[in-house]
Design a protein around this ligand. Structure first.
Ligand code: FES
Ligand code: FES
Length: 159
């Protein structure tokens, strides 16, 4: 089957790949680029664990074809911090005890980052609504919502 040449910016680096027409972005990230911080839960677009930012917008990578996002800027959890300083959401999730097994955390944090980028001072209801399609089997959500509230401030809008 013919492959498709794609160019992406992933975590600030330009990447060129030849992908199968039906290759998902999740598979490209995890299998080819070894960015395994992006988790595969349902594989059906239902749980949110595979969420990445595409041009700043939280998107489920398991139902996104890599060939569809030609030229896009993609941020995974590996690219959220600069290597020296954590994103305020990462810091807050740790401080508030919002991480237990951690499987949902990359998707939760990137979904919340997308929210804070478009609305740096969300209400609790905004946060709950934003995270309503991200599933966590451990925390009961309360600490996750508290962590996003704590991280929310105008200067935290980036990526
Ligand atoms: S793995 Fe993509 S939404 Fe569940
Ligand atoms: S911390 Fe375990 S699934 Fe959310």
């Amino acid at each position: 089957m013919a492959h498709i040449k794609v160019q992406l910016e992933i975590n600030g680096e330009s990447v060129e790949l030849e992908v199968k027409p039906y290759e998902t972005l999740l598979d490209t990230l995890r299998e080819r680029l070894e960015l395994t911080g992006t988790k595969e839960g349902c594989g059906l677009g239902a749980c949110g664990s595979c969420t990445v930012l595409i041009d700043g917008v939280p998107t489920r990578s398991c139902i996104t074809l890599t060939a569809e996002v030609q030229g896009a800027r993609i941020t995974t959890i590996e690219g959220l911090s600069d290597g020296m300083t954590l994103d305020p959401l990462q810091q807050s999730f740790m401080e508030k005890g919002a991480v237990q097994c951690g499987f949902c955390s990359p998707g939760m944090i990137l979904t919340a980052r997308g929210l804070l980028n478009r609305n740096p001072t969300p209400s609790r209801e905004d946060i709950i609504k934003s995270l309503s399609s991200n599933v966590c089997r451990c925390t009961g959500y309360k600490k996750i919502i508290e962590a996003v509230e704590a991280a929310a401030s105008p200067e935290n809008s980036e990526n």
